[in-house]
Design a binder for this molecule. Structure first.
Ligand code: NAD
Ligand code: UD1
Length: 349
């Protein structure tokens, strides 16, 4: 199959591109590189020995997108591209709503024009808002989110459901990711956040590699086993495999359906720090600070729907995730800006 990946130079998109190329699919990546690097495309090629087609374009430039569909009409689309920083979305709501909605509208119109109606959409556990009790089932959301980023995902889920309802030729998978971490075992691709990371795992690896001094644990007085927040961390390669499973569903079904992609296992902040200490063989200094506004005590997935309907489940453990994240970070202390160096035997995953 030929799969077009929007945002395919980004964190989850690059891992999904590797998984698809490894299984023999043709991959077309469109990305404006606003939050990623062309180096990711070179690394995808190095890992797989196959080169994806890459076009640097902004989805909102519909004319260029149309040209790309005309030149390389895909069988299906995986749509990762968008803005994703929660705090930034609170400060710049108009920019976030306009970007995430306009990019998706342009994509949907172009798909219609070229008679391509199979779509996998990157949604998020953030559409559950947090009023419910974990584990979350798909029927718990979407609800009104506490921030514009999450709300844009909930709105897009609604819009995509309306599109599928209006025209039964569409098949659309809404994948609600929990907390993606980890990296490809080669250490060649991984998460490369701009500036100081907002999320826990990249923050920990940047402390471990010496770029940051210490982790601040956002509260140890939650009603959880050790008092720190619990999340459902999922290896990015398991997430990529979830997209492959969703593509198979699209080939056999029409309509729209949502699935949680998580492990179904909660891990606390202190447990994650301990996993990274074991993986890196270094002590990771941390101090306990106050709670972060808007945080939940616990959020993890009920994964039974994906297991039953997609035949998919996550396989990697938190220790795999920590090992692979660390392998990526120590090989690339400055992310994709690090000059590529050849891997040595000591770098084996
Ligand atoms: P990312 O920022 O690494 O990747 C997104 C890619 O899209 C980037 O390469 C960026 O340059 C590109 N892009 C952004 N706007 C574009 C546009 N208008 N046209 C073309 N390219 C554009 O993010 P990620 O972590 O890989 O996340 C992928 C998707 O998954 C996003 O939609 C995100 O909201 C969603 N998601 C991510 C997480 C997470 O923790 N990483 C959790 C839940 C959901
Ligand atoms: C955050 C986003 C969520 C998004 C998800 C993607 C917020 C409020 N929520 O969720 O919308 O879908 O990322 O992965 O930003 N923590 C620390 N110290 C840190 C960073 C985090 O203790 O420096 C704690 C948090 O309190 C939380 C856990 O670590 O308990 C995970 O935090 P994070 O990685 O930011 O993910 P989420 O908060 O789940």
């Amino acid at each position: 199959m030929r799969i077009l990946i929007t945002g395919g130079a980004g964190y989850i998109g690059s891992h999904t591109a590797v998984t698809l190329l490894d299984r023999g699919d043709e991959v077309v990546i469109v990305d404006n590189l606003s939050n990623s690097s062309a180096e990711a495309i070179r690394r995808i090629t190095a890992i797989t020995g196959r080169e994806p087609l890459f076009r640097q374009l902004d989805l909102r430039d519909e004319h260029l997108l149309d040209e790309e569909f005309a030149a390389n009409r895909p069988d299906a689309v995986i749509h990762f591209a968008g803005l994703k920083a929660v705090g930034e979305s609170v400060a710049q709501p108009l920019r976030y709503y306009a970007h995430n909605l306009d990019a998706t509208f342009a994509l949907l119109r172009t798909m219609e024009a070229h008679d391509v109606r199979r779509l996998v959409f990157s949604s998020s556990a953030t559409v559950y808002g947090g009023g419910q009790v974990a584990p979350y089932t798909e029927d718990d959301g979407p609800i009104v989110s506490t921030n514009p980023y999450g709300q844009s995902k909930a709105m897009l889920e609604r819009i995509l459901s309306d599109v599928a309802e209006a025209d039964p030729r569409w098949s659309i998978a809404l994948l609600r990711y929990f907390n993606p971490i980890g990296a490809h075992p080669s250490g060649l691709i991984g998460e490369d956040p701009n500036g100081i990371p907002n999320n826990l795992a990249p923050y920990i690896t940047q402390v471990a590699v010496g770029r940051l001094d210490e982790v601040t644990v956002y509260g140890d007085d939650y009603d959880t086993a050790d008092g720190t927040g619990e999340r459902d961390y999922i290896h990015v390669d398991d997430l990529a495999a979830g997209h492959v499973a969703a593509l198979s569903w699209l080939a056999d079904n029409t309509g729209v359906r949502a699935w949680n992609l998580g492990t179904g296992v909660p891990t606390s902040v202190l447990e994650l720090i301990a996993a990274f200490e074991a993986a890196s063989g270094t002590e990771i200094p941390y101090r306990v600070g106050g709670r972060r506004a808007g945080d939940l005590a616990s959020a993890w997935a009920d994964v039974s729907r994906a297991r039953k309907e997609l035949g998919w489940e996550a396989r990697r453990t938190v220790s795999d995730m920590a090992r692979h994240s660390w392998n990526w970070q120590r090989n690339n202390p400055d992310g994709f800006a690090t000059a590529a160096r050849p891997l040595t035997d000591g770098d084996a995953p």
